[in-house]
Design a protein around this ligand. Sequence first.
Ligand code: ATP
Length: 503
Amino acid sequence: MSRVEQVIKERCEVYPDSPCLFFEGVTWTRRELDQAADRCEASLVSAGFTVGQRLVTMMPNCPAVLALSIAVWRLGGTVVPLNAKAGRELLGAALGLLDPFAVMVMTGMEELASAIESQGVPASVVSPFGEITPFSGRTGLPESEDLAVIFATSGTTGMPKAVPITHRNLLNNICTVKDHVTTLREDGEDIALNVLPNFHTFGFCLSGTLPLVLGYPQVILPSFLPPARTVEAIYSHKVSVIIAVPTIVALICEVVARSNMAPPDSLNMVVCGGAPLDLRLHQRAERLLGVPIHEGYGLTECSPVVGAAHDRAGFRPGQIGPVMEGYEIQLRDREGKLLEGNEGVLWLRGPSVTSGYFRSPEATAQRFDKDGWFNTGDVIRFDEDGYLTVLDRDTDIIIVGGFNVYPQEVENVLASFQGVKEAAVVGTPHGLSGEVPKAFVVLQEGASVEPRDLISFCKERLSHYKVPRKVEFVEELPRSAIGKVLRRTLRDLERSRFAGKKA
Ligand code: ATP
């Protein structure tokens, strides 16, 4: 079968009465989800939706996201999940690029609906269970090929990019994870936690769609905040699979540790990805949650490509695992020239890699070559055993007098200092060396640490040019909607301070 909604339908026909999702005290069987998708489909048809069109959803995680997606796929359309809190400017740019048939927002977001309508795009309000307020969509739109979803990238390095994913990409993505993570079970044996924002590829594909395709139920939470509610849901619903980003894993661990809880008996596995997972958090999570933490690496353009190195002896921070079946890889230099060694910028080709950005030939030309190779923008190292370590993002590397500094390496050292909660390291302009590392550090509650202690600690563990010249303590680090640290915000801050000093 080559389409996602067909696989979901088949699961429903085989096990119509098994539980499919839990949301705010309500349980739906697979038949009930199917019926909700029927109702959404009927509403979309009467609004004029047709094959090849795009429907934007802007809502927190809820059953309606799944029902609407299935309905859109049945009608041969493309679903575009966007972050409802992305801000007016981003929203305007996204709507302009995407040309959607309409935007669906959650009950209670009527103000957002009016703002969207003022931009000439129809909007309709949907309840969390998929009842759609009648509306009319736009007609005469250009149609695109058979795409399942268009995702926005996280915007960590700049403006988010629109990534089209076909049904084949999405099914391949799910099957590759299933084959690679052998502890994932099928047909109702697992219960997944769907807490990652469904507007991100990781949340939509692996938290929302994967359980539907593999046939096990999911507990849907509209947000991972407050973390105590997330933990309560894990214990009360006997969740066995958690797919999360490091920020969510850290929050879950804090609650479990604070409440002195035993690890949840039901838990079978945790997959953590989307951003670097530091070794200390990795070990803490395995201890508190009582299961292996599989680390996954991927990008919106091709997630996921590697994972699961947790159970090896001699595990090192950043070491993710072997590349999944079916992917070809190359290491290149920053100019795109093929490298012989085992360290360089990772380029990929494979079954879930998109063919380019949506209606953005220039951005596509920057990251894809004519043979379909995609530049991940991540500098990685292959260890002797074929395991991959993500060293850092190409754009975040600090060049100190010609020497490369990977901020991640410095951050790992800082995070291992007693009393440090987390750290972000960026380059700050420097007259002689071009730039030098500067650390922004968040301390644990009640900790008392001096910058000079941290600098001496780094000097004992790192080459001199990698040691931060300055340490600034901050309350928290800037993060994207999915919880990734935004180093570029700190870098911009440093640059503007430097420019201010010079002026
Ligand atoms: P944008 O492309 O808009 O700048 P983004 O790169 O954060 O945002 P995503 O597709 O969400 O968009 O994230 C992919 C990136 O996340 C990867 O290129 C990599 O830098 C990082 N990443 C993902 N998983 C891991 C991991 N396990 N360890 C380290 N980094 C990771």
